[in-house]
Design a binder for this molecule. Structure first.
Ligand SMILES: [Zn+2]
Length: 292
């Protein structure tokens, strides 16, 4: 689907928000900025979609018209590691996001699977079980075009190391990873620096999930500040005192010919999407220029 690297904001652009136009107009706005991906934020949703079906469908129609690829960021209030009641409520929240994603024709629902309790291994098994139940529900309603996309987590008390995220994808159908590079960086306390550091992550995804999983990798990126337990706050591309650097990822996207979807979670969202796009396109044209 993603036939080239795509860039866009994880959330409504700040300048668009001021215009007070309906969300259906976001794709046209992003296209005018040269962007082609959008992650709709359903991060505070409860057990019912908090958007009308008609509006979701219109957003999907406009996204197709302007060739903007859609995904949804699911509820923050999901915890598949909690007690039985919490897990059931979490399933409902995830399903409400999936339902709206299906209305929109969005490709992924990104979410954080949960918070560790005593045993990381038990927690992981509980996430697999809950996600299996959600997939069963999706199949029973004929929803097969939306992927569950657990995200690598930025705090050390959240389930979502690279290994755990890939395990969920290996074990649960209709699941693919969201690689949040900033979260990996914060969780590992700044270890993601060189092209080879980024390559190790991409190689691991390929080894465990296959070449297709890498080709259209769903990514989040922003510069991030971290403390003892991980992610603290997001920063803009220009605040270069914070990592991770974007260039190593851009170099790899160009070298490997990846069609990654890169969503900006920077405080200035789309403005930084344009910067990332410029950096990747520059790397791609450098490589073209260097071919004999
Ligand atoms: Zn993220």
């Amino acid at each position: 689907m993603a036939d080239h690297p795509r860039f866009g904001p994880a959330g409504i652009p700040l300048a668009f928000d001021i215009l007070k136009r309906p969300v259906e107009d976001v794709p046209e706005y992003l296209r005018s900025e040269g962007l082609d991906a959008f992650e709709y934020q359903a991060v505070r949703w409860g057990p019912k979609p908090q958007m009308k079906k008609e509006n979701a469908e219109n957003l999907g129609i406009k996204a197709k018209e302007y060739d903007v690829r859609l995904s949804v960021h699911g509820s923050y209030f999901i915890n598949f590691c909690g007690d039985a009641l919490t897990v059931e409520a979490s399933k409902k929240r995830l399903i409400s996001c999936i339902t709206a994603a299906d209305w929109m024709g969005a490709h992924e629902v990104v979410f954080h699977p949960g918070f560790y309790t005593k045993s990381h291994e038990d927690d992981l098994q509980r996430c697999v079980k809950a996600m299996d139940d959600v997939v069963k529900f999706m199949k029973s309603c004929g929803i097969v075009g939306v992927s569950l996309a657990p995200e690598t987590a930025g705090k050390v008390f959240q389930l979502g190391s690279l290994d755990e995220t890939l395990t969920l994808c290996e074990k649960v159908e209709l699941t693919k990873p969201t690689i949040d590079w900033s979260h990996l960086y914060a969780r590992e306390r700044g270890k993601l620096k060189t092209v080879e550091d980024f390559r190790r992550v991409i190689n691991e995804v390929e080894k465990r999930l296959g070449a297709d999983a890498v080709k259209e990798l769903h990514c989040h990126y922003t510069r991030v500040e971290f403390g003892r337990v991980g992610e603290r706050r997001h920063h803009t591309m220009d605040e270069t005192e914070y990592g991770p650097d974007f260039e190593p990822l851009a170099i790899l996207i160009a070298e490997l010919g990846l069609n990654s979807v890169i969503l900006s979670e920077s405080p200035i969202l789309d403005i930084d999407s344009q910067k990332m796009q410029d950096i990747v396109f520059r790397e791609i044209s450098k490589r073209k220029g260097s071919k004999p």
